[in-house]
Design a protein around this ligand. Structure first.
Ligand SMILES: Cc1ncc(COP(=O)(O)O)c(C=O)c1O
Length: 379
């Protein structure tokens, strides 16, 4: 029996947090790479990079093994070194700040905008010192950060766009398309996945050259197999992964539209739940690249109990995201305490990610919403 679209999905079905979409075209592309015998450092890498760069309208892209690796190489490329400071958001995945630490530089946090949840440009400006080498705004949950405001600050910029493929700035530029090194991530829950993977989009050919060498143990393209003229890493992305990426890119618009549709269903289904904060509507002409559907629970609601109660009803959810500066490692290393970034801390304490993936059906969204309504209505 088919489930009518607006009817809640059966209560026996567990609704997962995320589910990747891989079409059969991807299988064929992977088989072709396997048969070609060139599994790495082959032609799929530059084909993927060129297709990705063309989509964003930037001259260059460098495929790397993860978003974290991309952040590391991008920060090195703009000159971040031992002892420098990088101003960034405490409301991000921990990799954003960790990548700064890889270079023995210091992540300096500034509070976020309460509406978009992105790094607040005014707070960031106040955190700049003579040691600040770069700014690292994050397009959190796929909502474009205020890049024009950061650009006016005149410092080198690296964009953490790991959650923001498909997002568009108010002036029509795709997120990642402004020319600063902009880092994307392709882990399995992302808008486009290669299983694991990442990519840096950028305009400057000299930075591209440095990044390409450093992802490959410090070898220039014209150098021999075991010749290396600088420190490098193994941050390469395989041809197998790039072949998947090429196929995913071809269907990206459809997958983004599916995500946006699911988000629209959530908005309707969750309407009217008192004091529940939904993801902000797109601000000032910016377009979100939908990645997750994160809601902020009303003040005073026990989040752990809510997540557990949803789980008992077959709905996966999780606290998302914790504030980076309050993680034990950051507290111990830098002495951070509660109260330093109040907007971030308030949002981080109340946020949960609900199931969200392109193939999600309206009935599943209805069931998540109904269960959340029931759980929140309990005394
Ligand atoms: C904002 C942000 N930055 C960086 C990363 C790191 O990407 P990866 O897991 O591919 O290393 C992620 C991954 O989820 C992320 O969401």
């Amino acid at each position: 029996m088919s489930v009518p679209e607006r009817t809640a999905a059966p209560a026996t079905e567990t609704i997962p947090l995320a589910q990747p979409v891989l079409g059969s075209e991807g299988e064929q592309a992977v088989i072709e790479v396997l048969r070609s015998g060139q599994l790495s450092l082959g032609p799929r890498v530059s084909a993927f990079e060129q297709a990705f760069a063309a989509r964003l309208g930037v001259p260059h892209a460098s495929a790397v093994s993860s978003g974290t690796a991309g952040l590391h190489l991008a920060l090195r490329a703009v000159g971040v070194e031992d002892g420098d400071e990088v101003v960034t958001s405490p409301f991000s995945f921990v990799a954003t700040a960790n990548a700064v630490l890889f270079e023995r530089a210091r992540p300096v946090f500034a509070d976020i905008d309460p509406v978009t949840l992105n790094l607040d440009p005014q707070a960031a400006a106040a955190a700049v010192t003579e040691r600040t080498k770069a700014l690292l705004p994050v397009h959190i949950f796929g909502h474009p950060a205020d890049l024009p405001a950061f650009e006016r600050m005149g410092l080198p910029l690296v964009e953490d766009a790991c959650q923001a493929l498909g997002a568009v700035h108010a002036d029509g530029t795709p997120v990642g398309g402004r020319g600063h090194p902009s880092v994307f991530g392709f882990y399995a829950n992302k808008q486009l996945t290669t299983g694991e993977g990442g990519l840096i989009a950028l305009a400057d050919p000299a930075l591209k050259e440095r990044i390409d060498s450093e992802r490959n143990q410090g070898r220039a393209p014209d150098m021999g197999w075991l010749d290396h003229d600088r420190l490098g890493f193994n941050y390469r992305l395989s041809d197998i992964a790039c072949a998947i990426g090429i196929e995913q890119l071809k269907r990206l618009d459809g997958m983004l539209a599916d995500r946006a549709r699911v988000a629209g269903w959530y908005r309707e289904a969750l309407d009217g739940i008192e004091d529940l904060t939904l993801p902000c509507p797109e601000q000032g002409g910016n377009v979100r690249g939908w990645f997750v559907f994160v809601v902020q629970l009303p003040h005073g609601v026990d989040r752990d109990l809510t997540v557990r109660a949803l789980g008992e009803r077959g709905i996966q959810s999780k606290p998302y995201l914790p504030a980076i500066h309050l993680m034990s490692f950051y507290r111990e290393r830098f002495g951070y305490r509660e109260g330093e970034f109040p907007v971030c801390e308030d949002v981080a304490a109340r946020s949960i990610a609900l199931p969200f993936f392109p193939a999600m059906r309206e009935g599943q969204v209805a069931r998540v919403a109904a269960e959340l309504r029931t759980v929140l209505a309990r005394p």
